[in-house]
Ligand binder design. Sequence first.
Ligand SMILES: *Cc1c(COP(=O)(O)O)cnc(C)c1O
Length: 398
Amino acid sequence: MHFTERIERELAKLKAQNLQRTLRCVEKVSGTEIVVAGKTLLNFSSNDYLGLASHPALQEAAVRAMCDFGFGATASRLICGTTSEHLQLEEELAVAKQAEAALFFSTGYAASSGVLSILMEHGDVILLDKLAHASLVDGARQSKATLRIFRHNDLNQLEEQLQWARKKFPCGEILIVTESIFSMDGDLAPLREIAELKERYGALLFLDESHAIGIRGKPQRRMGGLAGELGLSNRIDFQMGTLGKAVGAAGGYLAGSRQLIDYLLHRARSFIFSTAQPPAVAAAARTGLAIINSNEGEILNEQLWKNISLFQAAMKQLPQAESAILPLFLGEEKNSLTAAEQLLERGFYVPAIRYPTVARGHARLRITISAAHTEHTIKSFVMSLNLARLFLQSMLPT
Ligand SMILES: *Cc1c(COP(=O)(O)O)cnc(C)c1O
């Protein structure tokens, strides 16, 4: 079969399964309002939980850095792409994560996949939560270590696998990999219990805090994420996250021991063989971080949790959410597409999340709440959501 025919067939198959994807062009952004195809929509899909992506201070920081350095970083970090903005960001990240050092990668994806692919070796074992992000899966798969998947947040199965790994690979390292807040479900990992297990079995722990930094954590130290909130930071061997979500900028990081960071400089291919993020991005990320640590950040965090409660109360949803991600499970791929279309017509933007982002038949609307949403916006969104749900129910065979 010709390549083009093969592709055509594959695309037709995806469409028949309601798994087609398209890129929607956002023509303008102002806070939680976006313009798509000339229509102003209220956005309930972004990861800009604190509204920092539109904060003037981040833009000003980026402009200042551009005046000093130009725009592009011009080379990889190890050639001439490391500026004072990159290094200061790394120092500030290390402090925020209560780690000795941190390394700034071009994306969170590059940080997870680049680090996990080289951390463990042949004769070691990686134990990965079933719902872990694709970047963690890809890194673990590239590793020469043996990979086992445990059921989502299942401490019993995790312990069984730890026992198995200790017996089968008595001289090997064992690495547990999980997220603190799961990206598509918004639930928390039982982090304290996982930390205890890893110590009992002499294992290591890699934690992805992409959706927790800026949201969880101790007051004015919300970059610490869930590990910081529970006082566990110094028990997490590898702390990873992104600067593209609540921080409002872009890029990813890995925080850990100084020796580890030195090792990554020599081995992490996604770091070595990739152009550095522009200095302006590092400057914006530093400002996002500073705001999160400030009194203003604390006010934004309070507003975020207030908005989450408001949404939940209006939806009559219990128990209290643990993050800013509130999925509405719709099962069938087609249902999620219909609901998303209905909401779009009413002026709300929430895309349908389907396979392969989540398992087949587990489609959902991934609703995210931001500190930048207004009370009025949230209330009218809930009204439209309920109408979309009624519509879906009316479509069900009786
Ligand atoms: C978004 C995300 C990443 C990747 O971060 P980017 O900076 O967007 O590449 C990694 N892990 C999780 C859990 C994420 O949600």
